[in-house]
Design a protein around this ligand. Structure first.
Ligand SMILES: [Zn+2]
Length: 149
């Protein structure tokens, strides 16, 4: 989680937590406010994925005032971005070597949800030589900071 919070800060995004997002919404990105809000009632793993996913929406400049989560293309991009943040290529390769190609086994090895591995594998099948490049701490220098907990 700390790595993702650092990435958010480097990208000039605030991260907040709320207890008022209901049962289904794990988080959302408010583009005008440069803020990602996470559902504090979710598990840490769910919050971690939600933060990575919402960082994807921010990365792609998704600014829909409506419900971004009904836009399947935006969701696909955000999920792929999240997979790139949550799985490092060397760790994935080592897990695959150790456990074989099954997403569930790799997920267990990496400590992420199987869905994340499936998204990562989908991207690799599409562009095997272009590993998701989004996790580059320090790549974007932004003076603004301001995480709240
Ligand atoms: Zn989304």
């Amino acid at each position: 989680m700390r790595v993702l919070l650092t990435i958010a800060r480097e990208r000039g995004l605030f991260v907040e937590w709320s207890r008022d997002l209901g049962v289904w919404l794990r988080g959302y990105y408010d583009a005008p406010a440069c803020t990602i809000t996470l559902n504090s009632l979710c598990s840490i793993e769910q919050q971690r994925y939600a933060l990575a996913h919402e960082l994807g929406h921010a990365w792609y400049g998704h600014t829909s005032a409506g419900d971004l989560h009904t836009d399947t293309e935006a969701e696909r991009l955000a999920d792929e971005h999240a997979a790139g943040l949550l799985i490092q290529p060397a760790e994935f390769a080592a897990a695959e070597l150790l456990r074989g190609p099954h997403p569930g086994a790799i997920a267990e090895e990496l400590g992420v949800h199987q869905d994340v591995v499936e998204v990562y594998q989908r991207v690799l099948r599409r562009r095997p030589h272009r590993i998701l490049p989004h996790r580059a701490p320090g790549a974007i220098g932004v003076a603004r900071t301001g995480m709240t907990a």
